[in-house]
Design a protein. Structure first.
Length: 96
């Protein structure tokens, strides 16, 4: 799936079959932050920490977001939330 197809899937009521972190971004884009967070917090690794950081930044919990950016090994993002979401989605979609 490429980014264009991922974006188009947002028109559907249910997510396509996706890896968990992309599923979390899908739910976030659909306005279901709680579901996105629930999925993300159950995933290990730096990619999950990055998505977790983005979600807490979106929530407005900048202290918690900072913790998760550090866990991800990434600097705090200063891009718009929309730009960070797209960067995350594109990065995760490019993975095998």
């Amino acid at each position: 799936m490429d980014f264009r197809e991922f974006q188009a899937s947002l028109e559907q009521a249910d997510p396509p079959v996706l890896p968990p972190l992309l599923q979390a971004l899908w739910y976030d884009a659909k306005g279901d932050w709680e579901r996105a967070h629930e999925i993300t917090q159950d995933q290990p690794g730096p990619d999950a920490a990055w998505v977790h950081a983005y979600l807490h930044r979106k929530e407005g919990d900048h202290s918690n977001a900072g913790y998760w950016y550090r866990q991800a090994g990434r600097p705090r993002c200063s891009d718009s939330l929309e730009a960070e979401w797209e960067t995350l989605a594109r990065d995760l979609l490019a993975r095998p």
